[in-house]
Write a protein that binds this ligand. Structure first.
Ligand SMILES: NC(=O)c1ccc[n+]([C@@H]2O[C@H](COP(=O)([O-])OP(=O)(O)OC[C@H]3O[C@@H](n4cnc5c(N)ncnc54)[C@H](OP(=O)(O)O)[C@@H]3O)[C@@H](O)[C@H]2O)c1
Length: 281
């Protein structure tokens, strides 16, 4: 039986992988969060790999607090760069196929058109830099691997925009949401489905894994409220008014056409409708 390791399994993406993989009877599943397997601890990682020798390693562990990373970049680098590098090294040594996830925040958002896998990276914030260095660790390792960049991930956790939006809606009748941040809302369901197909089909290298099309945060919020039949007013505002510590790219939407040449992928509106129809917030 093939052995699968999922790191960061309490996060929204890790949780979805576990939900799908634990239904499979022909695999052995090992899933942990940082209290059981801290990816930034090289000894723990090597110890696990030497004992279990997983065939597939799916890294869902990450430090995603974009604003906190400005004040505390070391935390982001420890997990997103060193942690990823530890896993890449272990995968190389024990011949585990490595699946890793990165972010649209490796781009500076100045292209004003969909980013492809060939475009130059230039992160604007510490989080983006830590993810880019993590990407380099994967691509420079001799592990067999697949690297997916994704964006605006939503699932069943609390660390996502839809959850926060619903919390704000409980407290206020009027919400202000940025119209000048553009990217692609992407469901964990899409990411898991496409990742497992890609593993099965033996794909490797760098791919942009998002739902199709793109929108502003304001449009995303309006669509969520439409689906949930919420009556609150949403005002489109410039992101400048929030004075957040981390600079964000204005337009970081990525093209998924490389992956779409292999698989069907829903556009973000259709996927949002399907996902919210099946899940509670
Ligand atoms: N969320 C987004 O909008 C977004 C956008 C672009 C790319 N991505 C990428 O997509 C992937 C999945 O993200 P996600 O949204 O599922 O993240 P998430 O919900 O924040 O989950 C990350 C998980 O990793 C755990 N973790 C933190 N440090 C760890 C360590 N040292 N060892 C092991 N586990 C650790 C976290 O635990 P704690 O919560 O206790 O810290 C959490 O359970 C990540 O690579 C992320 O960078 C996400």
């Amino acid at each position: 039986m093939k052995k699968y390791l999922i790191t960061g399994h309490k996060g929204q993406l890790g949780n979805e992988f576990v939900k799908v993989l634990e239904k499979k009877t022909d695999i052995e599943l090992y899933s942990f969060d940082y209290d059981q397997l801290d990816i930034s601890n090289a000894n723990q990682v090597m110890d696990f790999f030497s004992k279990v020798k997983p065939d597939f390693t799916i890294n869902c562990a990450a430090y995603n607090l974009v604003d906190n990373a400005e004040k505390n970049p070391w935390e982001a680098f420890k997990i997103n760069t060193i942690g990823t590098s530890n896993l890449a090294f272990a995968c190389e040594k024990y011949q585990s196929f490595f699946v890793h996830f990165s972010s649209d925040y490796v781009f500076d958002g100045k292209k004003e058109n969909l980013y492809t896998e060939e475009d130059e990276t230039n992160p604007l914030n510490e989080y983006g830099k830590s993810k880019l260095f993590g990407e380099n660790a994967v691509l420079e390792s001799k592990s067999k691997n697949i690297l997916f960049r994704t964006s605006w991930v939503y699932g069943n956790g609390t660390q996502n925009f839809i959850y926060k939006l619903m919390e704000w809606a409980k407290k206020s009748d009027a919400l202000k949401i940025a119209y000048d941040e553009m990217s692609v809302p992407t469901s964990v369901r899409t990411i898991v489905e496409i990742t497992l197909k890609a593993i099965n089909d033996g794909l490797n290298g760098l791919f942009h894994l998002t739902n199709s099309d793109y929108c502003s945060r304001y449009e995303w919020a309006c669509e969520v409220f439409k689906i949930f039949k919420k009556n609150q007013t949403i005002y489109p505002v410039s992101s400048d008014i929030f004075s957040l510590p981390a600079k964000r790219p204005v337009f970081s939407a990525m093209s998924n056409s490389k992956l779409k040449s292999f698989y069907e992928i829903n556009d973000w509106k259709k996927e949002l409708d399907l996902f919210l129809g099946q899940n509670k917030y």
